[in-house]
Design a protein. Structure first.
Length: 315
């Protein structure tokens, strides 16, 4: 082996060790937050979307509490317009780990007249999740809801603390944030209030993927490249589904795509991709100049779209 090859090998080993140490730090920080939730709250829950971030949270919770049971249920708000692959994965995961799943249905809320089905071009049920979530919190008296939001996703997310208090109406005031020094989290709340907890706040999209790679975490197939019928909406590739309300003049194409984020089918766009394994996905993300949530149509309604939704109780 040449001297150059020896140096290259040592450099790669050093970089790999550095990345492992960094992931260990992020993992320990997240597990600490999860254990703080279990210790400070009486009725916590883990908000589970079926996406990579919430799947990573479940994996971290298993590490934090096994061989015992996870001390909180998984809670999924089903819009009725979810990707089938996500729902199938959700049910298989819950069966495999043997934990409790609570599902709230947006369709049930529509049928009961509690919320109105949005009408018009490109309308989405995504915003209706807030009502169903707040109803679940009230019904089950959850005092803490753990979510997979990360600060790198969107500027409104960056304003959140690890423990983010919501008032008795589920509302968030970004100007009333508690200080969090030396990983000391304050979970004290008044009756009716609840706390949203974000254990992977300091992770980036790449951190999540590197962790999934290291831990060999299974994720839904739509995170990898696959052939799909798509509709071009606002220059983005949307899954061709009866749920998507269009004018009918939009161009339909069949493309090799994957999804960087998973939400309601009516507001989550795909990206053209040939990445069929995790190494290729990581390389693709590194080369991308589009943010992860740049594929979310609902975030493009206004510059402050996410923050306005969060103020009234959104995840």
């Amino acid at each position: 082996m040449s001297l150059r090859n020896v140096i290259d090998k040592k450099t790669k080993t050093k970089m790999s060790n550095s990345q492992t140490d960094y992931l260990d730090h992020l993992e320990a920080e997240a597990i600490h937050a999860l254990r703080e939730v279990a210790g400070q709250f009486e009725r916590p829950a883990l908000l589970f979307s079926g996406g990579k971030d919430s799947i990573t949270l479940v994996h971290l919770a298993l590490k934090a509490f096994r061989p015992g049971k996870i001390p909180f249920p998984l809670v999924h708000v089903d819009t009725g317009h979810n990707f089938e692959e996500t729902l199938v994965f959700r049910d298989k995961l819950v069966e495999r780990i043997g934990e409790k799943l609570i599902v709230g249905s947006v369709q049930d809320a529509i049928d009961a007249g509690k919320v109105k089905e949005p009408k018009g071009k490109y309308s989405s049920r995504n915003a209706l999740q807030t009502h169903t979530l707040l109803e679940l919190i009230e019904t089950h008296e959850f005092d803490a809801c753990i979510g997979g939001a990360r600060r790198d996703e969107e500027k409104a997310r960056a304003k959140e603390r690890f423990f983010s208090v919501r008032d008795d109406f589920g509302q968030w005031n970004p100007k009333l944030q508690r200080p969090e020094l030396w990983n000391i989290y304050n979970g004290r709340i008044h009756k009716g209030e609840n706390v949203r907890v974000f254990p992977i706040s300091n992770w980036t999209e790449l951190d999540v993927w590197h962790y999934i790679q290291r831990e060999n975490i299974q994720i839904p197939s739509i995170y990898y490249a696959h052939e799909r019928e798509c509709v071009i909406v606002k220059n983005q590739l949307m899954a061709d589904t009866p749920f998507l309300r269009t004018e009918g003049s939009e161009k339909k194409v069949r493309r090799s795509v994957r999804f960087r984020t998973i939400g309601d089918m009516t507001c989550t766009a795909a990206v053209a991709s040939e990445a069929q394994n995790i190494d290729e996905v990581i390389a693709e993300i590194k080369a991308s100049r589009i943010t992860e949530r740049g594929t979310r149509i609902d975030d493009q309604q206004s510059e402050a779209a996410m923050e306005e939704r969060k103020k009234v109780g959104y995840f």
